[in-house]
Design a binder for this molecule. Sequence first.
Ligand SMILES: [Zn+2]
Length: 228
Amino acid sequence: MTRKNFRIFVVLGRSGSGKGTQVEMLQKKVKGLRHIETGALLRELSREKNSLGKRVKDTLNQGELVPYSFVAYLWTKELLKVFSQGNRWSGIVFEGSPRKLIEAKMMDQAIRFIFDTEPIAVYIEVSRKEVVRRLLKRVVCEKCSNPIPYRLLENNITKCPVCGGRVTRRPDDTPKAIRERMEFFKRNVMPSIRHYRKDNRLISINGDQPAEKVSHELWGKLKKNRFI
Ligand SMILES: [Zn+2]
């Protein structure tokens, strides 16, 4: 089955860039986009009461990385699920993957093989200053581990909008850990971004703006490049 109008997007950006919010806004504009969020797949797995669940949980809590081959297995499983559901979806939007260049290349191969198309990358670029400002304010839900979108933080939110649970600051959102995450991004994710750019499959958006403006710029560039 070849689907000529089936679109696949990968949304890339440092933590604190507002990827989740942009994915939500994109889904409102492009109906039937299936959201594949690696973080959510891992959180689901971490709730399983077995040794693998515990290992995933510990790895996430320590802010460490789950092996990319394992993550690739998780998103490949989702790709196959979407494929088997036929015309139910008009496309896919990835959040949180790929990270390393090798994963980006694996994803290209899998998507070409399964869907006969290539993913379009959206890079939400935020300045270091803005990332630090946002992450030092960030909270997560204690009950469902849901990250709270930063745009809601401006209202000093105290309850999770999903489950009503208590929200709390993440212990790893310290200036030092934030700096380390930025270094990680530069070393590991930037090569993937350059890979898409070289292939003319990348659009960059100024992520320092308010969410609505980011979304507007994103939409305009997708259209201008005939990616939509
Ligand atoms: Zn919650």
